[in-house]
Design a protein. Structure first.
Length: 296
């Protein structure tokens, strides 16, 4: 009698797979753990199984196992037309049969909207052999929260021995909200140095945040072209922007060239001649005026 009661009573509680609302940018790898029981449903919910939420292009892994009190084979599939059977267009999202109570069966697929998934929205997932007692909701969201990184300006000219700046901005996409870590690389090496004003940014939902990038050179920095990559990362994804840098020589101011001595001599000589002629003309004029005034 005690043995019979043990099989009729619900098995011990196991944690449910929770609804997933990822904050990371898509695509990412998402793993769900599901325990199958023909009597108590997926993860022993005794009702609709845990909701699974993913984004387009996500890589999804299902870790599938049978409950220890269940002696029946199971199979997970997405029932797009809700007819309780695996149709030809649902085979790509149907797992292998699994019946082990100790070893998980791994089923992995990539969510491709208008590919192996008809579109965004929600569908029932079921057990092929127990579609009415083992089912839950699988939801595909079109676009995940994401962020972008920009640089303004995206190209700089730096005179050797000086510096220049660009603004690095992390922008919320699809209502992303969170912190990103910033890092830089300079290629080729041995060129200018790149220093960020902040090592990370907090990006508000629907907005942006920024910091300065200072590109510095010394008098010995080789002239030429360089690329500075600025990468913003969170725990799952990275986004980058590039700043093109051209290092040039300092332009010296041209000095006033000396006027040749002959030009000076010519100018002085012409001036002397002019003054001499003018003086002679003035003397002759006065002489004539004197003669005229002395005549009776």
């Amino acid at each position: 009698m005690l043995l019979l009661l043990a099989f009729l009573s619900p098995p011990p509680f196991q944690p449910l797979s929770t609804v997933t609302h990822p904050a990371a940018a898509s695509p990412v790898h998402r793993t769900f753990w599901l325990t199958g029981s023909s009597n108590w449903g997926w993860n022993l919910t005794q009702q609709i199984g845990p909701q699974l939420e993913v984004y387009d292009r996500d890589n999804v892994t299902l870790m599938l196992i049978k409950h220890q009190f269940d002696g029946i084979t199971h199979n997970w599939f997405l029932d797009f037309n809700n007819n309780f059977v695996v149709d030809s267009n649902e085979q790509a999202t149907s797992s292998l049969d699994f019946s082990s109570t100790t070893q998980y069966t791994n089923f992995t697929f990539t969510v491709t909207v208008e590919g192996n998934i008809p579109g965004t929205g929600s569908w029932n997932y079921r057990c092929k052999y127990h579609p009415t007692s083992m089912f839950g909701v699988f939801t595909v969201v079109s676009t995940a929260p994401d962020f972008a990184v920009t640089s303004t300006p995206a190209s700089l000219t730096v005179v050797r021995g000086s510096s220049n700046t660009s603004t690095i901005r992390a922008v919320s996409v699809n209502n992303f909200m969170g912190s990103v870590t910033l890092s830089t690389t300079v290629s080729p090496g041995g060129g200018p140095t790149a220093v960020l004003g902040l090592g990370g940014l907090v990006v508000p939902a629907g907005s942006s945040n920024s910091t300065g990038l200072t590109v510095s050179t010394t008098a010995s920095t080789p002239t030429g072209s360089y690329t500075i990559s600025v990468t913003a990362s969170n725990s799952t994804v990275s986004r980058s922007t590039q700043v093109s840098v051209t290092v040039v020589e300092a332009v010296s101011q041209p000095s006033t060239p000396p006027v040749p001595t002959l030009i000076f001599a010519g100018v002085i000589g012409a001036g002397v001649i002019f003054l001499t002629v003018a003086a002679l003309a003035l003397a002759r004029r006065r002489k004539r005026e004197n003669k005229t005034s002395s005549s009776p």
